[in-house]
Ligand binder design. Sequence first.
Ligand code: AMP
Ligand code: MG
Length: 311
Amino acid sequence: MSVQIHIKETNKVKGVVTNIQTETLSYLTQYFLKNKFRWLLPVILSPVTDPLWPDPRSSGIKPLSVRIYGNEMKLMHSMILHKQVAIALGLKRVFILSPNIRVEPPEKISTGRHAFEFTQLDFEIENATLDYILRFVEDLFVSLIAHIKKNCVEELEILGRDLRVPRRPFRKYYYTDLVEEHGESWEEIISKDNRDPVWVLSIPREFYDREDPQRPGLYRNYDLILPEGFGEVLSGGEREYQWERIKKRMLKDGLKPEDYGLYYDLARKNLLRPSAGAGIGIERLVRFIAGLRHIRDVQLFERIPGVIPRI
Ligand code: AMP
Ligand code: MG
């Protein structure tokens, strides 16, 4: 294929995908605004970010950092701790389109769902419970897919994408059952086995996801797994907010609480509030809607593990 033809074909798909992405972002942001969320601006550099440890699927990634004003500042892995601080400062419902940098290992290029730079729609609600968030997200997904089917007819046709509006409630699995039954490939297996998105509950991971106080060893958190092999698109949970519990979890994970700046100050004075929320990977969502197999196909400026971009 000549370079010119290649550019033309690439432009066509990326143009169509950009339309779908625009419609998706427009619908999502309107949905959050209608539900009385405050729209926060993203943070890119901070002394404090998500350790991503110990998440069974992102552990081992270290935040990049730069020195400014004589201090080390990290590039954001996610805004989870900022969301909790926003809720502690009195905001009730918040969302952010948050750019995240994660130096995924080069071999992750083959998953088709990892980029080293991507955007999350990250949201958090004061006093929300797991059940509330699952219902909220199911409503959001079902209505978003119906909206896209109606408003992106031409785009879906060009891509040959037959999108199905999911039925609710989405099926629920427990993480430990999945690992017991399928081992490490559980995500691919349940993603291929289901026609609609499914929930995975109780995943042992970072200190901020709440452990069930009545049933230690169970976690009040969730992942949303897309069908057709597209895999995880959302992670979230109820949050730990009591200092003794946070401290115990941080120390167990080998983290130093005093490294956590204002989050630490608020947490140890027990000023954090109960909340729950989640982060939705925008590129992964658009990839699913468009029915494209690699995340590079939905990034206009590709940010793929191990590949140095030219722009
Ligand atoms: P996490 O809380 O780490 O699961 O991140 C929240 C969401 O961001 C995930 O469910 C994915 O949709 C998305 N995400 C995480 N890591 C990546 C990545 N390397 N590339 C693209 N999207 C990602
Ligand atoms: Mg996750």
